[in-house]
Design a protein around this ligand. Structure first.
Ligand SMILES: Cc1cc2nc3c(=O)[nH]c(=O)nc-3n(C[C@H](O)[C@H](O)[C@H](O)COP(=O)(O)OP(=O)(O)OC[C@H]3O[C@@H](n4cnc5c(N)ncnc54)[C@H](O)[C@@H]3O)c2cc1C
Length: 405
């Protein structure tokens, strides 16, 4: 049996962040990371399209939490202890400056996730963290003053353990056998599959500021919308997929959405169209794109409004004007299925948040057992927020374990 003071199960973002901070804050502790794979930090490697979207430039805890469909309430306190500004400083102090992009996402200046991996591996080595790959944890037993951990390469014992296994069903089962409950996992951050003439053959077209509502629900979002080969993507859709993860799974990803492409109400739009009918009387509707819409999208919406390419503004009847106003402000699309958003995807679900003390991220069921990262029922919209959860929980766990918390 190999003995340690602290064992971290899972060599991902949260596992490394807690291991490094524990070992750095208390060099006397013997710390090991057990990773089932032959590589560590594999998600960090592929994250953000290979650039690793480390965090998001949102510096107000009460605003930051709004990006977490699950975890909003629980993360408020933790973010007052460690959040984006601390993340930036942590990486900068270890030679990894971050930069902010226009939409607030933050990446390493190098534009490479390998920089983050190199930083973590270097820091782990510097502080004496043992990283044991190909060690899949099979069982965890809570004995009197320590935990016994059975792995594919022998048994380990530790006084304190950190579960940082991400969205892993086997570990969730194991945690259930230890008395925890787990919210049923469902995918989050996905794009919508839609087959519809109005978006066929125009992949890459972006409407910059739309409103999307899921019909018959109170799910609603706003932001840019991207038309893809399969349907729709970009923040307006991804936010819905995250906030609606459970509701949309219940509907087996078959539902209707209403898109307001110009963020005006129907009557205001209709009045604007009536004015255009007078002002542009001799021009064709098809060729006179309005409302700052992309030309190709305007063409599609015009043709879906009982008109041809030759219809002139002057010739529009009431029905056609109303049809166009309807397409612009309340176009209904039928979603049938989802696709993976390649930049980032996460799982909604995980250890029930009621069973965790968010001052320390310690289990309320087992003393000296802590959680960090996606193993908990916490997940966020796209933009660097999921890693921020890994850093915040990993850091607070470290402080609690080393007695600095
Ligand atoms: C393609 C992709 C891109 C992403 N891009 C971003 C991004 O740019 N920004 C962002 O904020 N988020 C991003 N995310 C989400 C982010 O990667 C996760 O939220 C984050 O990695 C969670 O960290 P974690 O340490 O909790 O879990 P993981 O990173 O999943 O790590 C868990 C580790 O535990 C190990 N493990 C599991 N079971 C066992 C076991 N039984 N024994 C031992 N080890 C075990 C796993 O092998 C894994 O290495 C992305 C996700 C994906 C899939």
């Amino acid at each position: 049996m190999k003995e340690y003071n602290v064992i971290i199960i899972g060599g991902g973002a949260a596992g490394f962040f807690s291991a490094i901070n524990i070992a750095e804050q208390n060099p006397d502790l013997k710390v090991a990371v057990l990773e089932r794979g032959s590589e560590v930090l594999t998600k960090v490697k592929v994250s953000g399209g290979g650039r690793c979207n480390v965090t998001h430039a949102e510096f107000m805890p009460q605003e930051l939490v709004k990006n977490y469909p699950r975890g909003e309430k629980e993360l408020r306190g933790p973010f007052h202890q460690f959040m984006t500004g601390d993340t930036i400083e942590w990486f900068e102090n270890r030679g990894v400056p971050l930069k902010i992009e226009d939409d607030g996402r933050m990446f390493p200046e190098s534009n490479s996730s390998q920089t983050i991996i190199d930083c973590f591996l270097g820091e782990a080595e510097k502080h004496g963290v043992e990283v044991l790959k190909n060690h899949a944890v099979k069982s965890i037993k809570h004995l009197e003053a320590h935990y016994k951990i059975e792995t594919t390469q022998g048994d380990f014992s530790a006084e304190k353990i950190v579960i940082a296994t991400g969205s892993n069903p086997k570990i969730w089962k194991l945690l259930e056998s230890l008395g925890h409950t787990v919210a049923q996992p469902v995918p989050s951050l996905f794009t919508f599959n839609i087959k519809d003439d109005r978006i066929t053959d125009i992949p890459g077209v972006v409407a910059l500021n739309v409103e999307v509502t899921v019909v018959d629900t109170n799910l609603w979002s706003e932001g840019p919308l991207l038309i893809t080969h399969w349907g729709m993507s970009a923040p307006a859709i991804l936010k819905l997929s995250a906030f609606g993860a459970i509701e949309l799974a219940k509907r087996d990803y078959k539902f209707a959405i209403e898109v307001n492409f110009i963020r005006q109400d129907f009557d205001t739009c209709l009045d604007a169209l009536k004015t255009l009918k007078l002002d542009l009387a001799k021009k064709t509707v098809f060729k006179s794109t309005q409302f700052d819409l992309p030309k190709r999208l305007w063409h599609k919406l015009v043709l879906a409004s009982q008109m041809t390419e030759d219809t002139r503004w002057a010739d529009l009847n009431k029905m056609q004007l109303e049809a166009l106003a309807g397409q612009l402000t309340a176009a209904t699309f039928h979603v049938d299925g989802k696709s993976t958003f390649k930049e980032e995807f996460v799982t909604a679900g995980g250890v029930n948040l009621k069973e965790v003390n968010f001052k320390t991220f310690e289990s309320k069921k087992h003393e000296s057992l802590y959680f960090a990262g996606e193993v908990l029922n916490i997940d966020a919209v796209t933009g660097g927020f999921n890693f921020q959860n890994a850093w915040t929980s990993g850091f607070i766990v470290a402080k609690a374990i080393t007695g600095l918390g």
